[in-house]
Write a protein that binds this ligand. Structure first.
Ligand code: GCO
Ligand code: MN
Ligand code: MN
Length: 394
């Protein structure tokens, strides 16, 4: 490997790669089986991630502080974690609340039909926001893992939406009152662990955000696996979020369509979609964290965990390098230029409505058959992309 190639593929904090404590700390437990590897402490995970070139580490409150910890235990755990952050320079850009593991949340947190559960969820989230702020987090994620249902016999659908809205309004106001200045990122998922989760897609979140009191504080945290599980095109979802100015955070991983939630290493499965996603992120100038919300396969030991973490970052950087080559490849650029047909006169006619332009456009003659005959060259363009990805172009 040449030095130049080595540099391009070695992660540095400038690449803004982050992992969750729950991702590299995942012990291999699944619904059918016990852990296959030992739990690793938060300070140890921080030191390892920093050594690999990550920028930051994200956490749920209970990834660091057990739900039943005493105040003394909390202070001790936070102090040791903070020490590891100080020693390594690793940041905590994002924090979130675990509102899904405890049985209290089995039928929802902010959307529970029990007012006591909803109030407890608010209380727990405020404590978690305090912790996130203490650690320097600027983004706060809401993933409503238990906000959903298996049966709708409870008849709470419209109420649940209102309860969710009230909770987010309350918490945004709390953040402002405390001077935390959080930006909130709402994470959609279609199902798992609930049979159906409320707000299943990016579009659901984009439609909901304008109904909040402070829509400016809210954006989306889309996840590759969540759209892919549902057979949707994740890159299209991210484009719509960018178009709305709402890409506040992103969860990267991989997934086979139609399966259980796999949380595979980034790029492990859908390499072409991953390429177009990296291209979209890089070309759009997205400057936020590239967060890997995934974990090593259950088969792996600790060495496999670090191979997983290195692999996520390395594949992202490999794809970013391919994006650079794609954007510089003369044949690809010529095919792209040929794909788009521009017409200055028509651009003028269709640009902005006026009665005159509308009349002129209605009178304009189009050679419909010629339009239908034109081949846009997508087979060739896609093959060139494949050859670039497979390493036979540059
Ligand atoms: C999942 C989700 C979670 C959230 C996390 C942060 O499928 O379990 O993706 O991993 O991203 O709780 O809020
Ligand atoms: Mn997920
Ligand atoms: Mn996620």
């Amino acid at each position: 490997m040449t030095n130049a190639a080595h540099d391009v593929l070695s992660p540095t904090p400038d690449d803004r790669f982050t992992f969750g404590l729950w991702t590299v700390g995942q012990t291999g437990r699944d619904p059918f089986g016990e852990p296959t590897r030992a739990a690793l402490s938060a300070p140890y995970l921080v030191r390892q991630l920093a050594g690999l070139g990550a920028y930051g580490v994200n956490l749920h409150d209970n990834d660091l502080v057990p739900i039943d910890a005493t105040a003394r235990q909390r202070d001790h755990l936070v102090r040791d974690f903070q020490q590891a952050l100080n020693d390594t320079g690793l940041k905590v850009p994002m924090a979130t609340t675990n509102l899904f593991s405890d049985p209290a949340f089995k039928d929802g947190a902010f959307t529970s039909a029990d007012a006591r559960v909803r109030a407890y969820a608010l209380q727990k989230t405020m404590h978690s926001m305090d912790l996130g702020h203490e650690l320097g987090a600027e983004t706060y994620v809401f993933w409503g893992g238990r906000e959903g249902s298996e049966v709708d016999a409870g008849g709470k659908l419209l109420d649940a939406l209102a309860w969710f809205r009230d909770s987010l309004n309350f918490l945004a106001a709390y953040s402002e009152a405390q001077g935390y200045g959080y930006r909130f990122a709402l994470e959609p998922k279609p199902n798992e662990p609930r049979g159906d989760i409320f707000f299943p897609t990016a579009g659901s979140m984009l439609g909901f955000i304008p109904t909040l009191e402070r829509p400016d504080l809210f954006g989306v945290n889309p996840e590759f696996a969540h759209d892919t599980m549902a057979g949707l095109n994740f890159t299209h979802a991210v484009a719509q979020i960018i178009d709305a100015g709402k890409l506040f955070h992103i969860d990267l991983n991989d997934q086979k369509m139609g399966r259980f939630d796999q949380d595979l290493r980034f790029g492990a499965e859908n390499i072409k979609t991953a390429f177009f996603l990296v291209k979209l992120l890089e070309d759009s100038g997205y400057g936020g964290p590239r967060h890997f919300d995934a974990h090593a396969l259950r088969t792996e030991d600790e060495a496999g965990v670090w191979a997983f973490a290195r692999g996520c970052m390395r594949t992202y950087l490999l794809l970013k390098e391919k994006v650079r080559k794609f954007n510089e490849d003369p044949e690809i650029q010529a095919a792209l230029a040929a794909y788009r047909v521009e017409d200055a006169e028509l651009a003028e006619l269709t640009g902005r409505f006026s009665p005159e332009r509308a009349r002129a456009l209605k009178e304009r003659a189009f050679d419909r058959e010629a339009l239908g005959r034109r081949g846009p060259g997508l087979e060739q363009l896609d093959q060139l992309t494949m050859e670039l990805l497979l390493g036979v172009r540059g």
